[in-house]
Structure formats: structure tokens, C-alpha cells
Design a binder for this molecule. Structure first.
Ligand code: AMP
Ligand code: MG
Length: 406
């Protein structure tokens, strides 16, 4: 039996990031850019006004013997248009924010520092001297043509999307999303729309995993449920082996019908199949052909916990992320954890901020078959291996499931 850390290390070592593809800009959030993003234009593309005001030659703004200069207004430029003539000595042009600076002008005086006679005024009185480039946003001030703006490996969020938009990246080179095959196992497992019959339970895990895979940014494909026979498993694995990752649930323990490991050994390899943790000791990792397979335990809570611990980092690595793991923070465990575990225990809990520290309250009975222990859980309190109990008010580490990876 290996430790959680060793298991994670051994899994991650076998996973590489997937190939590159292009996606429309508005579908790129959460993906990672696969190439350096270069500015193909200066941004802003042209010198423009930072204010509503008058474009002028700065030397024309100097007062003569204390009298503010009065300039002739020869026209105006709105944002989106260009001036059809130049600003010459003794003249000015009305400009709006974002309008290109007319030729001849080197400065803009904001409207509040002038006097003029309404929108059609033919004159403007300049009430303060302005320096060259006053209120002028030069071309390329933000980004210049040829500059690397984002390095490959950058995760795309809303702000990156804004930058890609201004640079004209209608399609973005990204690491593609993994395609994940999700396979249930067990003669007892029926689909959600079937009525319960004696001995049968509904398939929780495939749906739980489908949603968890989506949340990790990958594509999920439910391939149904294999019966507990070698033939049925072989057939399902044949199909599953065309995906980037296979996730199974159940059938990896030591029962008579736990056949997933047998098929792994037959058609690929088993890297390990037990981890010193609870819930979720029977986790198998290996390959079917060259496709990595993560065999998660059958109990739905174990499936959920082991996916967060191992499946999610795998999918992040495949997508080119470098930050793979959820942060762990110190919390005060309000209600304690009484049951001794020899294995590392991941206790479902709700963590929230209280005055000046984080407080965890466990979600009740922690049996790995009790799905209600997942409700309201936004964290796992980590109880170290070795029969440790946490008294109420003890401090422990919690893995924050709803915080971004670090
Ligand atoms: P196993 O490891 O196959 O013995 O499964 C362990 C437990 O998980 C058993 O009680 C199974 O009935 C249950 N189980 C296995 N697969 C699923 C599933 N897809 N949905 C809900 N429970 C399952
Ligand atoms: Mg089973």
C-alpha cells in the first residue's frame, strides 16, 4: 500500500499534456495557451485622445501677458473617425475620447479647462497651458507590434480573453480538452431511469464523475456499465481505449468479481492498486494499451474523493496547467473527528471564515457509502495516518476544494 503523495507522484509522472488545437475565442476560457501570444498590431493602434476636449499645438496654449489664448476651431473628430484636415498654428479641433489625434496637433486640453460657445463654437479659449502629449495616448503604449503578450502555458480567464480580443485572436491556439471515458462496473448497477429491483442500485458514479470531469475542464463520455465478467469488461475497455483517459468505478477491490485489475494486467499494466487512505483504499492506476486508466473505488463517496485527489490533477496536467493541486490551509475543526483511522482520512467538511480564522465543521457520519456526507462539503479535513483523533477545537489541515489550484 503506498501513500497518497507517492500515488500522486507516480500518476503525474505518467501523464503528459495533450496536443494543440484552435478554439473560438469565446470557448477558450479555462484552457491554456499552447503558443506564445504575439501582438500583431500596436495597441492602441493609433495615437488618440484620453479626454473630451480640443486638440491643439501645445505652443499655442501659452498665455500672452496673462491673457488666455483664443484659437479658431476648424472642426471636430469623434471616436471612430479621422480628421480630414490638420491643426495649424492658431487653430484647434474638437476631439472626443478615443478619437485619433489630428495631424499637426501634439496635445489635447480637456474641455473643463476651456471656454467656448456650445457644440458649434468657432472659437475656444484655452485657460491653462498644456505640455506636449498632454492627454495623448500614444500608439503602442499598451502593447507594441511583435511583443510577446502572454507566454505559452498561461491559463485563459476573462481578462486574457479581453486582451486576445483586442489583439484580434478570433481563434486561440490552446491545449485541447482531454476526452475522458467513464465506465461503471457491477451487475447490481442499473441506470437512473430504471425502477429499483431487488438487489439493484442506481448508477451514481458515472453521473457524478461526468460532472466532476466537466468541472475539471475536460470532455466526459459515459460508456455505460460493464457486467462483472471478463468478456463484458474486455468489450467495454476496447471502446474506452480510444480516449485520452479511462475512469472506472468499482471492481478494483479484492472481491471475487473485482476484475478491472485483471484486464489491466492483460491489456496494459498496473502501476499500483492500493493507497493508504480512507475513503478510497482500492484505487488502481495503470494503462490499457497506452491509455492511462484510473480505477476508482465503487463506493460513491470514495469515487468522489479519489477523483478530486487524483483524477482532477491528471486532467489539469493533460490540459497543460502547471498548478495541479488544491491549496491546503490550517483550520480549526469545530466538532473534531472522533473515529480513529490508521489510514490517512479525508473528512468531508464545510469550511468558512470566522472572525480571523477558518473553521471546519464536518458533514456528519463519514461512512464511504454515505453520499449525504458529500453535501455542503467544500473541503476535506486531512487526518494524518496512524490512529489520530482530532479533539473538538483542534487545528488540522484542510484541502480547499472550491479554491483554485496552487
Ligand atoms: P466494488 O468495488 O465493485 O465492490 O463496489 C463497492 C461498492 O460500490 C458496492 O457497494 C457497489 O454496489 C457500489 N458501486 C459500484 N459501482 C457503483 C456505481 N456506479 N454507482 C453506485 N454505487 C456503485
Ligand atoms: Mg463491483
Amino acid at each position: 500500500m503506498i501513500s497518497v503523495e507517492e500515488a500522486l507522484e507516480r500518476i503525474i509522472a505518467e501523464i503528459s499534456s495533450l496536443g494543440e488545437t484552435r478554439v473560438p475565442l469565446s470557448s477558450s476560457r479555462g484552457l491554456v495557451v499552447a503558443q506564445d501570444i504575439i501582438a500583431h498590431d500596436d495597441i492602441p493602434p493609433f495615437a488618440n485622445s484620453a479626454m473630451d476636449g480640443f486638440a491643439l499645438r501645445s505652443q499655442d496654449s501659452r498665455s500672452q501677458n496673462g491673457v488666455p489664448p483664443r484659437l479658431r476651431v476648424t472642426g471636430g473628430v469623434a471616436a471612430g473617425y479621422v480628421a480630414d484636415h490638420a491643426v495649424e498654428e492658431g487653430t484647434a479641433m474638437r476631439v472626443m475620447t478615443g478619437a485619433p489625434i489630428p495631424p499637426g496637433a501634439d496635445s489635447v486640453i480637456q474641455i473643463e479647462l476651456t471656454r467656448y460657445d456650445g457644440p458649434e463654437s468657432t472659437w475656444v479659449e484655452v485657460q491653462q497651458e498644456v505640455a506636449p502629449n498632454n492627454n495623448v495616448r500614444p500608439a503602442g503604449e499598451d502593447m507594441h507590434k511583435g511583443q510577446v503578450i502572454m507566454q505559452r502555458g498561461t491559463e485563459i480567464g476573462p481578462w486574457e480573453i479581453g486582451i486576445l480580443a483586442t489583439l484580434g485572436y478570433a481563434n486561440v491556439p490552446v491545449i485541447r480538452r482531454p476526452r475522458v471515458a467513464i465506465l461503471g462496473t457491477g451487475d447490481e448497477v442499473i441506470d437512473v431511469d430504471e425502477p429499483l429491483r431487488p438487489g439493484k442500485i442506481r448508477n451514481s458514479n458515472s453521473y457524478l464523475l461526468e460532472a466532476a470531469v466537466h468541472r475539471a475542464g475536460a470532455e466526459a463520455h459515459r460508456l455505460g456499465v460493464a457486467e462483472d465478467t471478463v468478456d463484458s469488461l474486455r468489450e467495454k475497455f476496447r471502446e474506452a481505449a480510444t480516449y485520452d483517459l479511462i475512469l472506472t468505478s468499482g471492481g478494483v477491490s479484492v472481491g471475487d468479481f473485482d476484475l478491472v485489475k485483471d484486464i489491466m494486467a492483460e491489456q496494459g499494466n498496473i502501476n499500483f492498486w492500493r493507497i493508504n487512505m480512507r475513503p478510497g483504499k482500492p484505487v488502481a492506476f495503470g494503462h490499457i494499451g497506452s491509455v492511462p486508466l484510473l480505477g476508482l473505488p465503487g463506493n460513491p463517496v470514495s469515487t468522489a474523493v479519489t477523483f478530486e485527489l487524483f483524477g482532477r490533477p491528471v486532467l489539469r496536467k493533460m490540459q497543460g496547467h502547471t498548478r495541479l493541486l488544491k491549496p491546503q490551509i490550517p483550520v480549526v475543526v469545530e466538532d473534531g473527528v472522533r473515529d480513529r483511522a490508521m489510514r490517512r482520512h479525508y473528512v468531508r467538511a464545510h469550511v468558512e471564515w470566522h472572525d480571523d480564522h477558518f473553521v471546519a465543521r464536518t458533514t456528519g457520519n463519514q461512512g464511504s457509502n454515505l453520499m449525504t456526507s458529500l453535501l455542503r462539503a467544500n473541503a476535506f479535513v486531512i487526518v494524518p495516518e496512524g490512529g489520530v483523533t482530532l479533539q473538538p477545537g483542534a487545528t488540522a489541515k484542510a484541502m480547499m476544494l472550491d479554491w483554485p489550484e496552487v
